[in-house]
Design a protein around this ligand. Structure first.
Ligand code: C2E
Ligand code: MG
Ligand code: MG
Ligand code: MG
Length: 279
C-alpha cells in the first residue's frame, strides 16, 4: 500500500513537471514571434537624486502576449537566454532605449540591462557602437547594468569587453548588488561607475535591523572606493529619508515613479505640454 501511495505521488509530481515544461516550451515558441509581431514594449522608470531631481531612466522590457496579457521579464528573459533569443531581444531593447533617449530635449541618462548571454555570444561591442552611431546618442548618456552573472564564466573576456565599452564613454553599473556570491570581489576587478543596492535590502530596511546595517556597510564601502550608489525599490518616504541620512546618492522605485510608457514622463524629459498637444 505504501508503495502504491509512493508511486501515486511520484506520478503526480511528474505530471506537474511535464505541464510546467510544456508551458515553458509554449512560451518559448511564442517568444520567437514576439519581436516580429511587435509584442515587446520598453517601459521606462525614473532614477533620481535624493532631492527628487530626475537624472535618467532605466529601460525595462515588457511582453504584451496576445492571450496571456503582460508577461513579466523574470518569466521570459530566462527562456530567451536559454535559446539565445536574448541576443536579438537585447539588441532591440538597446536600440529602442537609445533612440528614445536621443529624442529627449534634456540630456538625461538611459540605463539598459545586459544579459550574461549577450557577453558570451555575439559581438556586443560592435552592436552597441553601431546603435550609438545610428541613433546619435552620446555614449556618455548610456549606462549598461550588469549583474555578477556577467563575470561568471569567461571572466577575462567579460572584463575586456567592459573595458572597451568604458573606453567608448559608456557607463557601467553593477546591478542587484549584495545578492550574488562574489559582489565584493568584483569591485576590485573593475572600476564600476555605479552600484545599485538590491531592492531586497531596501524592502527590509524597517523590519530587519540587519538590512539597515548591510545598506550602511555597502554605502560606506562604495564611498571609500569613490563609487556612487543608487538604491533600488524605494517605495516609502521613510526609506528615502534613511538613505539620505546615510549619504546614498540616488534612488529608484515606486516612490519616484513606476516603470511605464515614456509618454507618462514627458514633463520630466522636458517635453512641454504645448508641444505634446500640437504633435
Ligand atoms: P532589475 O534590473 O533589477 O530591475 C528592477 C526591477 O525592480 C524591475 O522589475 C522594476 O519594475 C522593479 N521595481 C522598481 N521599483 C520598484 C519598487 O519600488 N518596488 C518593487 N517591488 N519593485 C520595483 P522588472 O521590470 O520586473 O524586471 C525584473 C528584472 O528583469 C530586472 O531586474 C532585470 O534583471 C530583468 N530585465 C528587465 N528588462 C530587461 C532587459 O531589457 N534585458 C535584460 N537582460 N534583462 C531585463
Ligand atoms: Mg537593472
Ligand atoms: Mg536590480
Ligand atoms: Mg533584478
Amino acid at each position: 500500500r505504501a508503495k502504491r501511495e509512493g508511486r501515486g505521488r511520484v506520478r503526480f509530481f511528474e505530471t506537474e513537471m511535464d505541464q510546467e515544461l510544456r508551458d515553458r516550451r509554449l512560451l518559448q515558441h511564442d517568444l520567437r514571434q514576439a519581436l516580429e509581431q511587435n509584442q515587446l514594449v520598453v517601459y521606462f522608470q525614473p532614477q533620481a537624486r535624493m532631492d527628487g531631481e530626475v537624472i535618467g531612466f532605466e529601460a525595462l522590457l515588457r511582453w504584451n502576449h496576445p492571450t496571456r496579457g503582460f508577461v513579466q521579464p523574470d518569466q521570459f528573459i530566462p527562456l530567451a537566454e536559454e535559446n539565445g533569443l536574448i541576443i536579438q531581444i537585447g539588441e532591440w531593447v538597446l536600440r529602442e532605449a537609445c533612440r528614445e533617449a536621443a529624442s529627449w530635449p534634456r540630456p538625461l541618462q538611459v540605463a539598459v540591462n545586459l544579459s550574461p548571454v549577450q557577453f558570451q555570444a555575439g559581438d556586443l561591442e560592435r552592436s552597441i557602437h553601431q546603435i550609438l552611431l545610428e541613433t546619435g546618442l552620446a555614449p556618455t548618456r548610456l549606462e549598461v547594468e550588469i549583474t555578477e552573472g556577467v563575470l561568471i564564466g569567461d571572466f577575462t573576456r567579460a572584463l575586456n569587453l567592459l573595458r572597451r565599452l568604458k573606453a567608448l564613454g559608456i557607463r557601467i553599473a553593477m546591478d542587484d548588488f549584495g545578492t550574488g556570491y562574489s559582489s565584493l570581489s568584483y569591485l576590485q576587478s573593475f572600476p564600476f561607475d555605479k552600484i545599485k543596492i538590491d531592492r531586497s535590502f531596501i524592502a527590509n530596511l524597517e523590519a530587519t535591523p540587519q538590512s539597515a546595517e548591510i545598506v550602511r556597510a555597502v554605502l560606506s564601502l562604495a564611498h571609500a572606493l569613490n563609487i556612487p550608489v543608487l538604491a533600488e525599490g524605494v517605495e516609502t518616504e521613510a526609506q528615502r529619508a534613511f538613505l539620505e541620512r546615510e549619504a546614498c546618492e540616488e534612488v529608484q522605485g515606486y516612490l519616484v515613479g513606476r516603470p511605464d510608457l515614456i509618454e507618462r514622463y514627458l514633463d520630466l524629459i522636458g517635453v512641454a505640454v504645448e508641444r505634446r498637444l500640437s504633435a
